[in-house]
Design a protein around this ligand. Structure first.
Ligand SMILES: Cc1ncc(COP(=O)(O)O)c(C=O)c1O
Length: 440
């Protein structure tokens, strides 16, 4: 068969393309035949990690390995196919799904159970399991922006303090919101008088306020009722970023601090204290990979959905999801369901008690022995102690988070320890001993 010039060029360029586009060619090296080949060095390095894990003191991650029961639950889920083939939680867990391969029933139930802890009415709750605290914050801010814009016809401004988690600024950027930075008190919590000044300076815009319940570095707590007292009579939406503290406070003497509703003492009428809440699952709970809870009311969800469904075509999945992402993990909600049983809540209560006791202990020991490091605990609800930054050896050995703080006009380096459930007295004593040897 004779080929004309065009056919010849077509075949040769396609052949060249295939050769050039093979993974090996693109990588410039040959790939192993099996994943196990060539990975032993990496695995060997990783083998050391379980022995060191309890030394992680600088970040809010519970390094405790979950109980045997958790892994038995994982196995039960595996038997029914989860993590074996493609499950997907696309859509609203409170709605009918067109695809059976999901864990919506577990997801809805765990949101209802956690919602009850925060005092959400069982008749008026909505939420889902997200990818992380940041993802939960994203849904809260998107929902707040959508509801306020539809209610008033004006884009809200977002209010938060410089102590808020850095992701809030990223989300502000993503949602294209004008921002108002509210000043802070000495402990790092929101200055409520400054909030009032800022609200008064922006009378023509609804207020989307982010209260941080446990600021990332100092562990300060913004006052929900203080914020609400300044928002009366204004179009507003209050989202709580309670990524870490929100998971343990309900199990402590401070449980009522996060209640979604309070009864008016005179009228007995229930009043809403906030609109939505974000919690991380991998922080206090010790869930082994990142996930988050997003909880709001059914009323908010419906207001949001009314707008969302006008813009976004729900036809393809036969429902309006109300979530930003389409495909969602089905394995994590089913696994995290484990953390919503009565015995899991009892364990969380015990962990919360020990953790706050250990934070007391660390503060006391540091104050007694290392007063010069100015150890500080912003709030007695906090498990975070911050202090002048020690030498690099300690910072690295305990993976301490560090940050420059403005102290009386001076930029001063600080570090912190977040006393998570794995940070028991033995680890804290090792840390204290090492601090004593620190030459810096
Ligand atoms: C107050 C606060 N919000 C949000 C986040 C982000 O949470 P995640 O890591 O789950 O996205 C953190 C993380 O430390 C945090 O401290």
């Amino acid at each position: 068969m004779l080929l004309n010039r065009r056919q010849f060029l077509g075949i040769t360029s396609a052949t060249t393309l295939v050769a050039v586009c093979s993974p090996n060619a693109l990588l410039g090296q040959s790939l192993p035949n099996h994943p196990q080949q060539g990975s032993s060095a990496t695995l060997k390095t990783m083998q050391a990690l379980p022995q060191q894990k309890n030394r992680l003191l600088g970040y809010p991650i519970n390094m405790t390995t979950p109980s045997e029961e958790f892994f038995a639950w994982r196995k039960e889920l595996f038997v029914v196919g989860l993590n074996q083939f493609a499950f997907n939680n696309v859509g609203n867990p409170y709605d009918q799904s067109h695809i059976a391969y999901n864990s919506h029933a577990f997801e809805k139930e765990l949101i209802n159970r956690f919602g009850a802890i925060y005092g959400f009415s069982p008749q008026n709750i909505w939420g889902f399991l997200t990818n992380s605290g940041t993802d939960s914050n994203m849904h809260g801010l998107y929902m707040g922006r959508t509801i306020l814009k539809s209610r008033t016809g004006v884009m809200p401004k977002i209010y938060f303090t410089q102590e808020a988690h850095y992701s809030i600024q990223i989300l502000r950027d993503l949602l294209n919101l004008e921002w108002v930075v509210v000043g802070t008190e000495r402990d790092g919590s929101m200055d409520i008088e400054d909030l009032e000044r800022q609200l008064n300076a922006n009378p023509n815009h609804p207020a989307l306020v982010v209260a941080t319940i446990g600021t990332t570095f100092k562990g300060a707590v913004d006052s929900i009722d203080g914020i609400q007292s300044k928002m009366r009579g204004r179009a507003s939406y209050l989202h709580l970023d309670a990524a870490l503290f929100g998971s343990y406070l309900p199990h402590t003497q401070f449980a009522t601090d996060l209640l979604h509703e309070i009864s008016d003492q005179e009228t007995g009428k229930k009043a809403k204290r906030y609109d939505s809440i974000a919690i991380s699952c991998h922080k206090f709970f010790g869930f082994p990979s990142p996930a988050g809870l997003f909880i709001t009311t059914q009323t908010n969800f419906e207001s949001f959905l009314a707008q969302f469904s006008q813009i976004h075509d729900p036809e393809y999945i036969l429902q309006v999801p109300g979530t930003i992402t389409c495909s969602r993990d089905a394995v994590k909600p089913a696994e995290f369901y484990f953390f919503s049983s009565e015995s899991a809540f009892a364990q969380q209560a015990a962990d919360a008690r020990t953790m706050l006791d250990n934070a007391d202990y660390l503060l006391k020991e540091m104050t007694n022995h290392y007063h010069h490091l100015q150890p500080t605990r912003a709030d007695n609800r906090s498990n975070t102690i911050y202090f002048s930054k020690p030498g690099e050896t300690i910072v690295n050995r305990y993976s301490l988070a560090t940050m420059g703080l403005n102290v009386d006009g001076q930029h001063t380096p600080f570090a912190h320890v977040v006393v998570m459930p794995h940070a028991n007295k033995e680890i804290l004593d090792q840390f204290l001993t090492d601090l004593g040897k620190d030459g810096s």
